[in-house]
Ligand binder design. Structure first.
Ligand code: SPQ
Length: 429
């Protein structure tokens, strides 16, 4: 769908961002292999998380979803049944990679497929270690691409030294180890988001954290629990940047997840000069959260690299837009993982923002942006990538003239109410 987007004067109001995508996926998955009932509040009803529900329903799990409330009736991993048709993960990398870890311990064969974007994304980052643990996995490109066929058994514990900082890799291996034999450890080069570790503990598992290494013993039975999903900071990011770069704006974002492995965007925006205030922060719950207030701010360029990258990897498209409105140069490096997301996010960000007049160049592992440049309306494309679609929509707010966004429907992958919420706080007089 092509959506016409018009410039706006300011944004003013309060937004309850949707539930965290990473946490919503995990709540359904862990509830499905736990024993007993799991209730989930604040579940993200985006397409990706609905794909997770439908895959586990196909595996025989009783799951009832009503808007943001989900009830999962888990019967342990042994309660999973052979699926009668392919497990379609849609656009969701998290669904396929974590599910592969779970299926490494099921004594039946499953076939996993996804959309055109998933068909391009590398799976050997999880299939290789899972094969080392004993799973039999076949697929296109030697088990690197979907469709993938997996036959599990009892996974054997390994100590895996991951070449990349990836929560999906870490989680897939830990999930395989949890239901397998012996001790499983994952060591990462830089710490990735730790929702799996936190939530496994909430489900009663014993996890050992030692610097960059996470370990667990096999044969631990999860017990159903209640999960409150905080707002997704990756979704809040679009309004944080919108609030900073659109004149005369003031936005309050309610109950945003503030897990330190995800808050790199706040550190970077503050470093760039954004005025952000925290209110009602709750650090006691297993996933911290709080309200964020952002005002229009004068931004300056910055350097984003190293350990910071995994803490803001999904926010780089919208940070790049912020950088076009910042004085001076912004350099983003060490972010080569962007090339294997829903699109090659280095190429799509650079190509689409260039069409709107940005001074931005791609590098091997990031981009260089010079600001501040006025943006102009253009024909742009999300290429089916939700985060690119939302970034371009925020860009259109400050552009001169109308913007036409192709494949705008992609935003529903993680933020179905994005356009409605943007319209609700738009002030044009
Ligand atoms: O699930 P998917 O498609 O991989 O989604 C993305 C996103 O932008 O929403 C990445 F494209 O988020 C990943 C994130 O980049 C979600 C995730 C998780 O929930 O574990 C971890 C990150 O990926 P990775 O490869 O670094 O583990």
């Amino acid at each position: 769908m092509v959506k016409r987007l018009t410039p706006i004067k300011s944004l003013n109001g309060t937004i309850k961002v949707p539930g965290d995508k990473s946490i919503s996926h995990r709540a359904v998955m862990f509830g499905s292999i736990a024993e007993g009932t799991t209730s989930i509040n604040g579940f993200l009803t985006g397409e990706d998380c609905l794909s997770t529900i439908s895959c586990f329903q196909k595996l025989g799990v009783a799951i009832k979803q009503e808007n943001e409330h989900v009830i999962v009736e888990g019967k342990g991993i042994k309660g999973l049944q052979p699926p009668s048709s392919d497990l379609d993960v849609g656009n969701s990398g998290t669904t396929i990679r974590l599910m592969l870890g779970i299926l490494a311990n099921t004594p039946f064969t499953s076939v996993l497929t996804g959309d055109d974007s998933i068909a391009k994304r590398p799976m050997n980052r999880v299939t290789q270690p899972l094969k080392q643990m004993g799973a039999r996995i076949e697929g296109r490109d030697s088990g690197n691409k979907v469709p993938l066929q997996i036959e599990g058994g009892t996974a054997k514990g390994i100590h895996y030294h991951s070449p990349i900082a990836s929560a999906q890799v870490k989680s897939a291996i830990l999930l395989a180890g949890l239901e397998g034999e012996g001790t499983t450890s994952v060591t990462e080069p830089v710490k990735s988001r730790d929702h799996t570790e936190r939530m496994l503990e909430a489900f009663g598992a014993n996890i050992k954290n030692d610097g960059l290494t996470v370990s667990l013993n096999g044969g631990q039975q999860l017990k159903g629990t209640h999960i409150e999903v905080p707002g997704d900071i990756s979704s809040a990011a679009f309004f944080l940047v919108a609030g900073a770069i659109i004149p005369d704006s003031l936005i309050t974002l309610k109950k945003v997840g503030l897990n330190p492995t995800r808050t790199g965007i706040l550190d970077v925006l503050q470093d760039m000069g954004a005025q952000i205030t925290y209110q009602d922060v709750n650090e006691e719950s297993s996933e911290p959260y709080g309200d964020l207030v952002i005002h229009t701010s004068r931004l300056k360029g910055t350097i984003i690299k190293g350990n910071l990258i995994p803490r803001l990897i999904d926010e780089i498209p919208i940070i790049a837009l912020a950088a076009t409105q910042a004085e001076g140069q912004t350099i983003i490096q060490d972010a080569q993982e962007l090339r294997v997301k829903e699109t090659d996010r280095i190429e799509t960000v650079v190509n689409q923002l260039k069409k709107m007049g940005a001074d931005i160049q791609a590098t091997e592992d990031g981009m260089i942006i010079h600001g501040k440049t006025p943006l102009k309306g253009a024909n742009v494309d999300s290429y089916g990538d939700h985060r690119i679609g939302m970034m371009l929509s925020v860009a259109s707010c400050i552009a001169e003239g109308d913007t036409f966004l192709s494949n705008s429907e992609a935003v529903a992958v993680s933020y179905p109410a994005f356009f409605d919420q943007l319209n609700a706080i738009t002030k044009n007089n």
